[in-house]
Design a protein around this ligand. Structure first.
Ligand code: G3P
Ligand code: CA
Length: 276
């Protein structure tokens, strides 16, 4: 439900929207929209299917999400797989760290039953399997997070398959570490990069780094943005894509929209897309 807003808030919102509408960067195939909410499905449609699995990404596509978000890690034998935690304990029927397991061991795990018996037999996807599905879901974007890794060489293992498939313009590689994203930017001037910002300080740093790079997103937590709307105005002023995570409540999404945020990373794309 929409909340009443003050004249001040309305004027702030309108100026932010106008700034973005007049000069949104056009480098990515599907840049942040302003006439429409941009909705990224966090770990896929993770409210409807087990997170970071092919069914979750397919559900996101069917729900009309603008982007899928997922987490990349590397196995003991250097294969990139899609999983959030360092260990397989929470989201599979196995135990242990991803970096201690071979791909063959990971592929035997059930990554669906913990979520619901309906998903029994769902596997942990490799990056290659995910990309094979994703490339058929144009024009959806992907937010591909560099999660846990051993050395910088692992970052190349994560990014090269995306470049080989020519998916730079549908990809925003995200990370909490600016130096990881610097490595990615050296690999491709065209691929999107997204700074994950858990604090005000990280957001200010990211906005500084993003100022002259049109293929860059700044992704703060919703708490940072609600409490510091000047950051939203600054992003609009310098034409930097801005997305809030993780927005799973309609009232929070309303508050952010009134402040001028139009892109949301959510576990429930239908909730955000469907709100008035
Ligand atoms: O998209 C932002 C979000 O994915 C970062 O947090 O822990 O869910 O990977 P986490
Ligand atoms: Ca993530």
């Amino acid at each position: 439900m929409k909340k009443p807003m003050s004249v001040l808030l309305l004027s702030c919102m309108l100026s932010t929207v106008l700034l973005q509408a007049c000069s949104a960067p056009e480098s990515l195939e599907k840049p942040q929209a302003v006439s429409h909410r941009f909705v990224a499905a966090h770990r896929g449609y993770s409210q409807a299917a087990p997170e970071n699995t092919l069914p979750a990404f397919n559900e996101a596509y069917l729900a009309g999400a603008d982007a899928i978000e997922y987490d990349m890690q590397v196995t003991k034998d250097s294969h990139v797989v899609i999983m959030h935690d360092k260990t397989v304990n929470r989201t599979t029927n196995g135990k242990g760290k991803i970096t201690d397991l071979t791909l063959a061991q990971v592929e035997k795990l059930d990554a669906g039953y913990w979520f619901s018996p309906r998903f029994k037999g769902t596997r942990v996807p490799t990056l290659a399997q995910l990309l094979d599905q994703f490339k058929r879901h144009a024009p959806v974007l992907q937010f591909s997070e560099i999660k846990h890794y051993r050395t910088a060489a692992d970052i190349s293992l994560m990014i090269e398959p995306i470049l080989k498939l020519g998916l730079e313009k549908r990809t925003v590689v995200t990370a909490f570490s600016p130096s990881d994203l610097h490595i990615v930017r050296q690999m491709s001037p065209h691929i999107g990069i997204g700074y994950l910002c858990p604090s005000v300080r990280a957001t200010v740093l990211a906005l500084n780094l993003a100022a002259n790079d049109p293929n860059t997103w700044v992704m703060p937590t919703s708490t940072v943005l609600v409490n510091h709307p000047a950051l939203i105005r600054r992003a609009a002023k310098q034409h930097t894509h801005l997305a809030a995570w993780t927005v799973n409540r309609e009232d929070l999404e309303d508050d952010l929209e009134l402040l001028g945020v139009h892109s949301f990373i959510t576990n429930d794309p239908k909730l955000i897309e469907g709100s008035p």
